[in-house]
Design a protein around this ligand. Structure first.
Ligand SMILES: C[S@@+](CC[C@H](N)C(=O)[O-])C[C@H]1O[C@@H](n2cnc3c(N)ncnc32)[C@H](O)[C@@H]1O
Length: 467
């Protein structure tokens, strides 16, 4: 590689004081958000739009900033491995700001059509501004080494062997931590051949789904109003072709909600579950921000049901109130494990806090931020919340356990624990999701983005037995 001390020759784009041009607005925005993500745990999908609006960046610049930011966040681990190889040192030993610059530069080299000399020189000049010419030289050397080969050539050298370690190979090539690829493979089971499709799906931007509020607007009417397409599975779903859904009149008027079709199916399954003598006491035990509560309440309104919505975080409880305006919903700020509510509910939805591994496509940096150590802590909370949900449900009533993660420790592991410890029996959850196809052997439901176009929601319907 070109070493840090190499002096730039005439005509080369090495660091020179006279050429220290600050980054253009799009790259600057991407660089700032990358730093906010790596140093302040910011969420790129919240930080970037705010920053673009604040700086008045629009059009092609905004699109370029978005591609750079989200793309770099998604493939961070892969970039770091290549940067480490090119620099011949561990990325952990590189100054974090310099490392973010290197990520930004190497992403442009490996994954965009940006001219290599532009990718290198803009990054090197910024390194000279942020640091000094020695470190600008280091950046120059690393990026030039990276630019000598394409991504395929780098991964062929650095990825684990596909034959002896297929999961490690797929994880590396698709830029995921190995433990996440392993978790997806475990959840896919016999369909583990779909692993590559699942991993690839996390790099795709999800289509925006709307839910037409039942009793107010049909999906067909909503689709016509927003120039969208009626959904495949949920009777309330409409797929938006693009644009900002927050500006749609139907959304502003509360006739429709932005909601993944998988989440719609979960709320609907809770309302459809077989319950003899339903008295209309329904509970949502982890309600914030209230998307599923709103659909559940609109469905419950058709039979006069009243929903109690419990949410621990006050700000999220306020969102539940906002999202369920005009519906029969009582919002309670409480820990669902100790809500103090009178037991005897007919239906309880418990959509537990989870790793969110089923919605990685929505959070560009999430795959690198989550850690395996998060799993046991969350699984414990999930078991406790499910136990509380069961205790609050009357015999003959149904608990719908849901997560937005396919990790087995958060899905079947939690449900198996409940079946062992509490008076419940598992129902076949699949009919509650009809007409959704490709639901596997049951009795539970695992949705997948690559199969269903939804987040990877898991759902298990449990009937409470006489105590
Ligand atoms: C997966 S989200 C629920 C999403 C929601 N059902 C929807 O569709 O809009 C889980 C929620 O549970 C809340 N939560 C976390 N721990 C809780 C607890 N102990 N009791 C009640 N709610 C809790 C979180 O603040 C979060 O809002």
């Amino acid at each position: 590689m070109t070493g840090p001390s190499r002096r730039p020759q005439r005509g080369q784009s090495g660091p020179r004081k006279t050429r220290r041009k600050p980054l253009d607005p799009a790259r600057r925005a991407a660089f700032d958000v990358l730093q906010a993500v790596s140093q302040r745990d910011a969420y790129a999908n919240l930080a970037l739009p705010a920053l673009l609006a604040e700086r008045g960046i629009t059009g092609r610049d905004a699109a370029f900033a978005t591609e750079l930011t989200y793309g770099t966040c998604r493939v961070r681990g892969l970039l770091d491995a290549i940067i480490g190889a090119a620099a011949q040192r561990s990325p952990d030993t590189i100054n974090p700001v310099l490392l973010d610059l290197l990520r930004l530069g190497s992403y442009q080299l490996l994954r965009t059509r940006v001219e290599p000399h532009a990718a290198v020189s803009t990054t090197v000049e910024q390194a000279a501004i942020e640091f000094d010419s020695a470190r600008a030289g280091f950046v120059n050397g690393v990026l030039r080494t990276i630019s000598a080969r394409d991504e395929q050539s780098w991964t062929a050298e650095l990825a684990p062997d596909a034959a002896s370690d297929p999961i490690g190979h797929a994880a590396f090539v698709r830029a995921h931590p190995r433990w996440i690829a392993q978790a997806f493979a475990d959840a896919l089971g016999a369909a583990a051949g779909e692993l590559d499709a699942v991993l690839a799906g996390d790099d795709e931007r999800p289509r925006v789904h709307l839910a037409a509020r039942p009793g107010v607007l049909t999906a067909a009417e909503l689709a016509a109003a927003v120039d969208g397409e009626v959904g495949r599975y949920s009777p309330y779903a409409v797929y938006l072709p693009g644009g900002d859904p927050g500006r749609l009149e139907a959304v502003r008027a509360g006739q429709a909600l932005v909601q993944d079709e998988g989440s719609q199916l979960v709320a609907r399954a809770c309302a459809l579950a077989p319950v003899d003598g339903d008295t209309g006491r329904w509970l949502d035990l982890c309600a914030g921000p209230g998307g599923k509560t709103a659909l559940l309440a609109a469905l419950g309104a058709q039979t006069g049901a009243r929903i109690t919505a419990v949410e621990q975080a006050p700000q999220r409880a306020a969102l539940v109130t906002e999202n369920t305006r005009g519906l029969d919903v009582d919002v309670l700020i409480a820990d669902g494990r100790e809500s103090g509510l009178e037991p005897g509910f007919d239906r309880v939805l418990v959509d537990v806090p989870c790793t969110g591994l089923g919605a990685l496509r929505r959070r560009p940096e999430a795959r690198w931020r989550r850690q395996p150590a998060d799993i046991p802590l969350l699984a414990k909370l999930q078991r406790e919340l499910l136990a509380a949900a069961i205790a609050l449900t009357r015999p003959g009533g149904v608990v719908l356990y849901a997560t937005c993660s396919p990790h087995l420790a958060e899905t079947v592991g939690v449900v198996a624990d409940a079946l062992r410890r509490h008076p419940v029996t598992a129902l076949d959850t699949r009919p509650l999701f009809a007409p959704t196809d490709a639901l596997g052997d049951g009795p539970y439901v695992q949705l997948w983005p690559h199969r269903h176009g939804t987040d990877a929601m898991f759902a298990a319907a449990l009937q409470v037995l006489p105590r």
